[in-house]
Ligand binder design. Structure first.
Ligand code: CP
Length: 315
């Protein structure tokens, strides 16, 4: 079964196909409406979400399919003690594709072992978030024009930020990229991600100061401090509000630097930055719909090149 648990489940050539297809869909989404009439997607969200859940639902509805699922497991039989295994077995019998977000690392992989239909990982704890990365790659390609030869700064909670882990794992596959990892000592990138960077010969440095690093960046990827991953409020408060991107810091940045953020934000980007032409995080969230439309189409027919997507139904 074609699942998407990690972007590495796909070949880089397939990512490129998806990125191209998402770009095409973004130009004229209506050309793709109605392609999946009769298909059902189940969204099983054991953790809160706005963008991922709603963009998956929008993508499926735009493609002509239908959506079932829950966004609060306490309103499902999970509240009565039903296991992930049983929920997945049941729901994959009701739907043609499952999208799952869960607080435990490895939960999406486990779900894929029990499911009788494709499973998409919509975030498993602090581990991975492959469809956010697909969204990020589409955004970079569309807004920066390339995925190579970029100096990319990633700032904030690099320890717990699954979007950062997935993005770094993906960007090592593209030539000439260099990474500036901006965090406190406590929220450094996990060692297994450093190992991946080293194994792929990717230059990177770990620094504390956003102010000092910003001037050399082509892309700045800001992240939220992941409150829900801390063991205590005190520990979270020690890390919160250390990094804030504001107009003053932006004065040091290149004029064509792009500011990305997977969102939601708390206070790490000042509202005044939203109107700066370098800020593309709201566009990034919009690309999430097209990235997910492309992915869903591909999972229903794994070998489908963009040019071979069937014409919309008529009548
Ligand atoms: N970027 C992202 O995963 O946002 P949500 O938590 O709102 O889905």
């Amino acid at each position: 079964l074609p699942h998407l648990i990690d972007l590495d489940d796909l070949q880089v050539a397939q990512w490129e196909k998806l990125i191209m297809l998402a770009g095409e869909i973004s130009k004229k989404p209506s050309d793709y409406f109605g392609r999946l009439s009769g298909k059902i997607m189940a969204t099983l969200f054991y953790e809160p979400s706005t963008r991922t859940q709603m963009s998956f639902q929008t993508a499926m509805l735009r493609l002509g399919g239908e959506v079932i699922g829950f966004d609060n497991p306490q309103n499902s039989s999970v509240a009565k003690g039903e296991s992930l295994k049983d929920t997945v077995k049941i729901m994959s019998g009701y739907a043609d594709i499952l999208v799952i977000r869960h607080p435990y690392e490895g939960s999406a992989k486990a779900a894929s072992l029990y499911a009788s239909c494709p499973v998409i990982n919509a975030g498993d704890g602090g581990h991975l978030h492959p469809t956010q990365t697909l969204t990020d790659l589409v955004t970079l390609k569309q807004e920066k024009g390339r995925l190579t030869n970029l100096t990319i700064g990633l700032c904030g909670d690099l320890k717990n930020g699954r979007t950062v882990h997935s993005l770094l794992k993906a960007m090592v596959k593209f030539k000439g990229n260099r990474f500036v990892l901006i965090s406190t000592e406590e929220l450094r990138i996990p060692s297994y991600i450093r190992d991946i960077l080293q194994a792929n010969g990717c230059p990177f440095e770990e620094v504390f100061s956003l102010e000092e690093a910003i001037g050399e960046l082509d892309v700045l990827y800001m992240t939220r401090i992941q409150k829900e991953r801390f063991s205590s409020e005190e520990e979270y408060k020690r890390q919160n509000s250390i990094y804030t991107l504001d107009e003053k810091k932006l004065e040091r940045a290149k004029l064509d630097m792009k500011i990305m953020h997977p969102l939601p934000r708390v206070d790490e980007i000042a509202d005044a930055v939203d109107t700066d032409p370098r800020a593309i995080y709201f566009k990034q969230a919009a690309y999430g719909i097209y990235a997910r439309m492309a992915l869903i189409l591909m999972l229903f027919d794994g070998s489908l090149p963009a040019t071979a997507i069937p014409k919309p139904r008529t009548g």
